[in-house]
Write a protein that binds this ligand. Structure first.
Ligand code: SAM
Length: 302
């Protein structure tokens, strides 16, 4: 694709180009560290909006100044989003276009904006987006881990007990068959303890990656097992912003014929042949038909 093609206006009315006066809401991704990462289309969307809705006007005013954009700003954050959404939606219905940004990256991704987007969609307002940086995608694509499917978790709970419970919940999902790379945002001072909790709750051998200070001067991507990374980041002070990626759970080991028989006999002690086969098939990942056939053989004394 020619470079210019990237900026050709999409043609459907649901995807207005910044510059059009169409009413609605444009989610605008902003840099995650390097202010040079604001795209030309993002700059136009900010310059041409009736107002820029932002988490922190001080942060956004630095970005706007760096790109010589003059725009009205309206603070929209976790504490006022619910109450402000109806008023903003009414203004959009009356013909105004707003741009929504967060302090960094893609709005709504571990950031405010969801409640406004939901209210706008419910009111029939056109919602579009100028996509761009997001730490989750940059970390995942640099991690060297299989990138899909992936589960973006956002922040783990900061307190140890709640964090361990959340990791146990993820482990339970994996035991039930989830096999996906896991991505977490984390505060720098909790990086070591979060990695240690993941190593304990998932497995110290799981391949993982810590992506730090992405797009900035001290960008660092460190790969290793959860155990190795936990040891490293517990021993070294962590500065800046951090994303943790964990490789998918390994597929369950295929049980031997003896193990299958033992599991079936134990299950058939309390369940019908059919239910025992279903339970064992679920637990082992073996095909239901095959397990049921073996259960019938065992029930017949073979
Ligand atoms: N909306 C943003 C996005 O799209 O990535 C994320 C906002 S969230 C409140 C902030 C967290 O994102 C940080 O604590 C860190 O985990 C991650 N993050 C943001 N910028 C980063 C960067 N440059 N390097 C590494 N992690 C970053």
């Amino acid at each position: 694709m020619e470079q210019d093609d990237a900026y050709l206006p999409p043609s459907t009315p649901d995807h207005p180009t910044p510059g059009q006066t169409t009413a609605g809401l444009t989610l605008v991704a902003t840099p995650i560290g390097n202010l040079g990462d604001l795209s030309p289309r993002a700059a136009s969307a900010l310059a041409e909006a009736r107002a820029v809705l932002c988490e922190d006007t001080r942060v956004t005013s630095r970005l706007l100044a760096r790109h010589s954009i003059s725009a009205t700003m309206i603070a929209l954050h976790d504490h006022n989003e619910e109450s402000e959404a109806p008023r903003l939606v009414s203004r959009m219905l009356a013909g105004e276009r707003f741009a929504l940004v967060s302090d960094a990256g893609t709005p709504l991704v571990s950031d405010p904006g969801y409640r406004l987007v939901r209210a706008a969609i419910a009111a029939g307002v056109t919602v579009t987006s100028v996509p761009g940086p997001s730490a989750v995608i940059m970390a995942l694509t640099l991690s060297g881990l299989p990138p899909h499917p992936f589960l973006f978790h956002g922040f783990l709970p900061p307190k140890a007990v709640a964090r361990a419970a959340e990791i146990a919940r993820l482990r339970g999902m994996e035991a039930a068959g989830l096999s996906a790379a896991l991505v977490f945002y984390e505060a720098p001072h909790r990086t070591g303890e979060a990695l240690a909790a993941l190593a304990e709750g998932l497995s110290a051998d799981r391949p993982a990656c810590v992506a730090r200070e992405l797009t900035k001067r001290f960008e660092e991507v460190r790969r290793g097992s959860l155990g190795e990374l936990a040891a490293h980041y517990t021993a070294h002070e962590v500065r800046g912003e951090v994303v943790l990626c964990v490789g998918p759970a390994p597929p369950p080991a295929v049980p031997s014929a003896e193990t299958l028989d033992e599991a079936l006999k134990a299950a058939m002690a309390t369940l019908s042949v059919r239910d025992a086969a279903a339970t064992v098939a679920e637990a082992t990942g073996l095909p239901r038909k095959r397990v049921y056939a073996r259960a019938l053989e065992l029930a017949a004394g073979r």
